[in-house]
Design a protein around this ligand. Structure first.
Ligand SMILES: *Cc1c(COP(=O)(O)O)cnc(C)c1O
Length: 349
């Protein structure tokens, strides 16, 4: 007889504070003024998980969900109506057009050939991305009078800001270009700002905003710092405790060497969980307000910390891994976007 055993609980975990996620959406919606906030839910909600995050955003009141790829639609479609989902990369093949029409999901048209493909396949309501300076995806303003674009039934007329997290003149130039395009093509509503763009004020909010990073706790501009709460929390257990003495080194390449007797703990967390080596320098885990400094290099699956501040802790006790996104990204020498999206699948359990 075979028995179906449940897998034991992992020794580390990612906890999503769903209250904080809902709070962040409401805060960004309020900061969007008369505009409604949507949500960028691509890349599996920036690594935090569609199945956890999308229902929370939906219940908070979000009605526009943006994914990058067609392959990301199915997971989101389990939780929200098809016409609330927009696919940013648009239809590159007739199979993608057929899929959009069969599901009722809306493509974001990014080029004249995409528009022609959409119309040839049956078309219907779509969104249109205009490039106003990022030169990534989108039709140029000079193409707006083309027959295929004029034939589209456009809900959101969109553009995307290249440098909303900076104060240069690019934002004003893009807003100007966007406004210049508005009268050239029929549409129902306008959408321009990502998370950082929302902090640029109501001129940039127009009808629908598209925050991503800030929903998940990222702070791309200081104006958002007070409003945005931490969403992702990481905890990991001590899986072994050892006593070491003067001259003993710890970890790969022996980067740390003890100068006297110490009690150290091995923690099941490594770069396979998004805990990068660059972050190791000067880093400490926490237990309450006690700091447990990292010793030596981060390994693929483990780190070692100094337990001097917590003599009562042993195998099986859980520690907090500080994951305030702004600081953690700075320490890791990567952007807040990269740090979130490299959180390992394994950590999600
Ligand atoms: C990813 C994305 C967003 C969200 O950007 P954040 O900086 O994460 O807020 C908004 N709009 C488009 C077109 C995007 O690709």
């Amino acid at each position: 007889m075979t028995s179906q055993a449940d897998a034991p609980e992992p020794t580390h975990r990612l906890r999503i504070d769903t209250e904080a996620l809902a709070h962040n959406w409401r805060a960004l919606d309020a900061m969007s003024g008369r505009a409604q906030a949507g949500a960028a839910v691509k890349a599996d909600c920036y690594g935090l998980g569609v199945d956890i995050c999308v229902p929370v955003l939906r219940d908070a009141g979000c009605k526009h969900f943006f994914v990058a790829h067609w392959s990301e639609v199915e997971a989101v479609l389990k939780h929200v109506a098809a016409d609330q989902i927009a696919v940013l990369h648009g239809p590159l093949t007739s199979a993608e057009v057929d899929y959009a029409i069969a599901t009722g999901v809306r493509p974001v048209i990014n080029s004249v050939p995409q528009a022609e493909r959409w119309i040839a396949g049956g078309g219907g309501v779509c969104h249109l991305m205009i490039d106003t300076g990022i030169n990534r995806l989108g039709v140029s303003t000079g193409e707006l009078d083309s027959e295929a674009l004029q034939a589209l039934d456009i809900d959101l007329l969109m553009s995307h800001l290249a440098s909303a997290d900076e104060n240069g003149d690019m934002n004003a130039r893009q807003l100007h270009a966007f406004r210049g395009a508005i009268g050239k093509i029929a549409h129902r509503r306008l959408s321009l700002s990502n998370s950082a763009g929302i902090a640029l004020g109501e001129d940039f909010a127009v009808d629908v905003t598209r925050p991503g990073l800030a929903l998940y706790g990222g702070v791309p501009r200081p104006e958002l710092a007070d409003a945005i709460h931490q969403v992702a929390f990481i905890e990991a257990a001590i899986i072994q405790v050892r006593e070491i003495g003067a001259g003993d080194s710890v970890g790969y390449n022996g980067e740390f060497t003890a100068t006297g007797p110490m009690r150290v703990g091995t923690i099941s967390l490594g770069y396979a969980d998004g805990f990068l080596r660059a972050r190791g320098k000067g880093f400490a885990l926490r237990h309450g307000d006690r700091h447990l400094p990292l010793l030596g290099k981060v390994s693929m699956d483990m780190i070692v910390v100094d337990l001097a501040a917590a003599p009562d802790l042993g195998e099986g006790d859980w520690l907090d891994v500080p994951f305030d996104l702004k600081n953690a990204a700075q320490q890791s020498a990567v952007s807040q976007y990269e740090l979130l999206t490299v959180l390992g699948q394994r950590l999600r359990g």
